[in-house]
Write a protein that binds this ligand. Structure first.
Ligand SMILES: [Cu+2]
Length: 114
């Protein structure tokens, strides 16, 4: 019986620490209307400029059918500024957009296409 405690306590601690970590991986946002949104939209584009300090990137992106957006050149805010530090103009990228607040889409993930 004493032995079980030594196994159960670390397991319980592990479960407690693993839960918030798993939740962070999911872009889960509560907009003003209280409705949970987890939907993300995938885009492809080419980098025109990067402002890592401001957390902004300018992309020329192709059409994003799930948002009914045509292709265009525009600035995006990025959730994680650190994700911009290695990005350079001219690189082709894929990215995920989430609606940070109504009508405001921000990049939640960005990956260079090789
Ligand atoms: Cu756009």
């Amino acid at each position: 019986m004493k032995r079980n405690i030594f196994i159960l306590i670390p397991l319980a601690l592990l479960a407690l620490t693993a839960l918030p970590a798993a939740a962070e991986d999911m872009p889960m946002i509560m907009p003003m209307d209280g409705k949970a949104v987890t939907e993300s939209h995938q885009g492809k584009g080419t980098i025109n400029s990067v402002d890592a300090k401001a957390g902004k990137i300018n992309l020329t992106h192709g059409p994003i059918a799930s948002l009914d957006w045509p292709g265009m050149t525009m600035d995006f805010d990025v959730q994680d500024k650190a994700s911009l530090t290695k990005l350079k103009p001219g690189q082709k990228v894929t990215f995920q957009l989430i609606e940070a607040r109504k009508g405001k889409y921000v990049i939640s993930e960005i990956t260079v296409v090789k």
